[in-house]
Each structure stands twice: as C-alpha cells, then as structure tokens.
Design a protein around this ligand. Structure first.
Ligand SMILES: NC(=O)c1ccc[n+]([C@@H]2O[C@H](COP(=O)([O-])OP(=O)(O)OC[C@H]3O[C@@H](n4cnc5c(N)ncnc54)[C@H](O)[C@@H]3O)[C@@H](O)[C@H]2O)c1
Length: 339
C-alpha cells in the first residue's frame, strides 16, 4: 500500500472520555497527525501527548500561539466551547467542536461569526451523522419506499446520578443544563435529520432526581419546519439502555435502535435492514475525515455551525417551555433570551 504523508496537523483540547475517541479516530487516518494536546489537568495532557507523540499544553491559548496547527478538536466542558472556538479562529485554525455547540444561542452566533471572519471551517460534532447504520436509515426514508414521514418517537436512557459522569455535567452553568443539553442533543439531531426540518415549536416537561441542580429527565413534543411532529423521552429512570427512534411514515415505519439494529415494518411484519451496535470509533473516524477534507478543500463540513446552533436553540426552547408549562416556539424563546 502506498504511504500517505500526514498533511493535516491537529490539536486536541480536552483529553477526557471523548478526547480519547477523537485520538483513536485520528490514528485511523494516515493524512492526520496529532501534533499537540491540551488539558488543564497536566498529567492527563502529558499522558495523551505521550501516547500521540505530541506536545502537551495546559493552556489552549499557549498551544495555539506556539504550534502550527491546521485544526483543533474541542472536547472541553460545554460553557468553554465558545471561547475556545473564537480563540482558535483568531489563530487561523479550523475547529471541530463537540456537541452541544455551546450553552447559549448568542455564543453559537459568536462562534459562527468568528470562524467566518477568519475564513476557517467550523464543524459541530453531531457524530451520529457518520454512523453507517444512520445512513442506511436516512437513505431508506429518502428512497420514498415508506412514503412521507408523519411522526417520530425517540426514547433515550442515560445515567444521571453523581459519580456516573464527570462532576461538571451536574453544574448548570458549566454544562448549560442536564440530560437534554447533553444526551438530548443527539436525540434532537436524529429528530431533525430524519424529520427533514428544524425544531420550530416545543412543549416539554422536565424533572430532577437525587437533589441535582440539572434536569435528569424530560418528556415532550416538538414540531418541525417540515410539518413532522416528534415526541421524545430522555430519562435516567434506571431502565435498560435504550436509544431508539421510530419513524412513522405513510406506508409503514422505520425503527432504529442503537443496540438492536434498524428495522422496517410494513403490513404488520418487521424486517431487519441493519445490525445494531455501531462501533463508536468508526463514526468518529468518518467525522474527522469529513472535517479534514472540508478544511483542505474549502467545502462545508457535513454538520456546520448553523445546524449546531439550531440544536442548541431547540434545547433552550425546551427549557423555556418546561419553565412556564406551556408550548413555546423556538423563535420567541430566542427573542426572549436576547431581550
Ligand atoms: N459525540 C459524543 O458521542 C459525545 C459523547 C460524550 C460526550 N460528548 C461531548 O464531548 C465533550 C467532552 O465530554 P467528555 O465526556 O469527554 O468530558 P470529560 O470531562 O471526560 O473531558 C473534558 C476534558 O476537558 C478538560 N478541560 C476542562 N477545562 C479545560 C480547559 N480550560 N482547557 C483544556 N482542557 C480543559 C477536562 O480536564 C477534561 O479532561 C462535551 O461537549 C460532551 O457533551 C460527546
């Protein structure tokens, strides 16, 4: 096999659970090399840098000033995404930022504007788009075999008790919210993608378990710009792991379960079209390949800043609706948050 010289020099900001997945993805791509790694935890930065053959930093600003990087991947706590993206753009470095893009719409807009002004790519890590099984589901819906989509139901479980994830996820300021802002952004991405529209209206109810300051459970309905209606349940109620979306179409339905696989039902019988259990590193690898290619060629990434902002706007409208107990439109929630 011909050897491909690395041509895309990457910096990783954040060496936690997801930082590690991005490093493993980078190793799968001969055109990408990880040149620098940053984490405020010096030991963690050093350890990942050693593994990657990269230089370790504890300040992202110092890393950006000293290194010649093509792109950075930002996997820090949610409320740091905006500042780090704007700093990277200021240094002329392309950005792939983890979901949720930021904790406010104003921050998302600042990130989009900073990257546009600097002429750098901004991609948002809605990694689901790069899952092979997700593509099969979306392709089947696009083929028209099942007719138009009418409604979507999404259910997702996640642990939300202290100790189940790093502490900052339980801080409403740092995380920007609880299960909806964190795990729900994957579900809202699925709903928007499969429903072919952006969330326009929401009616949601949230609750908290275990004396936490962030919501641990949420249930609600959303209306999409395509006319599709969707319901969601994000819960920490201790059910067996579930990550399942059912898409109700005119002539049948599609059931996409992360664990069981993807199924099509027509006339009362269900047939499997894809197995469950996508390997996460494979999707992260596809995502990074898309990012590096977008940066190199100048084409837009598959998931850009405007889309990332639409997901954050939907989350914030869910919080507004749950706060006053009535339906809410994304537009008026945004107006209120900027007033
Ligand atoms: N795409 C996915 O499937 C997926 C899955 C889980 C988490 N995430 C997202 O990835 C991001 C990180 O989540 P995680 O689970 O890896 O969290 P984590 O806590 O394991 O990692 C975050 C890292 O950021 C570091 N950090 C904090 N402040 C910093 C600073 N100022 N400079 C540099 N480093 C700093 C922390 O020390 C930590 O190592 C979040 O946005 C999260 O929502 C995405």
């Amino acid at each position: 096999m011909p050897t491909i010289e690395p041509s895309f020099r990457l910096g990783l900001i954040g060496t936690g659970i997801v930082g590690d997945l991005h490093l493993r993805a980078a190793r799968n791509l001969p055109q990408v090399t990880v040149g620098a790694v940053c984490d405020i935890r010096a030991d963690a930065a050093r350890s990942m840098a050693e593994e990657a053959g990269a230089t370790a930093y504890t300040s992202h600003r110092e890393m950006l000033a000293r290194e010649r990087l093509d792109g950075v991947i930002i996997t820090s706590p949610h409320n740091l995404h905006a500042e780090m993206t704007v700093d990277a753009a200021g240094a002329g470095v392309h950005v792939l930022v983890e979901k949720p893009m930021a904790t406010t719409v104003a921050d998302c807009t600042a990130m989009i504007e900073a990257c546009a002004a600097a002429g750098v790519t901004l991609a948002v890590g809605h990694v689901l788009r790069f899952s092979a099984h997700a593509h099969q589901a979306a392709a089947l819906l696009a083929s028209g075999e099942l007719g138009p989509v009418h409604a979507i139901n999404h259910r997702r479980t996640a642990h939300y008790e202290r100790g189940s994830r790093p502490d900052w996820f339980f801080d409403p300021v740092v995380a920007g919210g609880g299960i909806v802002m964190n795990v729900g952004t994957h579900g809202l991405d699925r709903i928007q993608w499969l429903g072919a529209g952006e969330v326009e209206s929401v009616h949601a109810h949230l609750w908290k378990r275990g004396g936490l300051d962030i919501e641990t459970d949420a249930i609600g309905v959303v209306g999409l710009s395509s006319g599709v209606k969707a319901s969601f349940l994000f819960t920490s109620a201790g059910l067996p792991f579930t990550d399942e979306t059912v898409v109700i179409c005119e002539r049948g339905s599609l059931r996409w379960s992360a664990t069981e696989g993807t199924f099509v039902s027509e006339g009362g019988t269900e047939r499997q079209i894809a197995p469950g259990g996508d390997h996460p590193v494979a999707a992260f690898t596809e995502q990074l390949a898309d990012f590096a290619d977008a940066c190199t060629t100048g084409r837009p990434p598959l998931v850009g800043g405007d889309y990332g902002r639409s997901v954050v706007a939907a989350v914030l409208a869910i919080y507004e609706s749950a706060g006053h107990g009535r339906p809410e439109t994304v537009g008026s929630a945004l107006l209120r948050s900027t007033a």
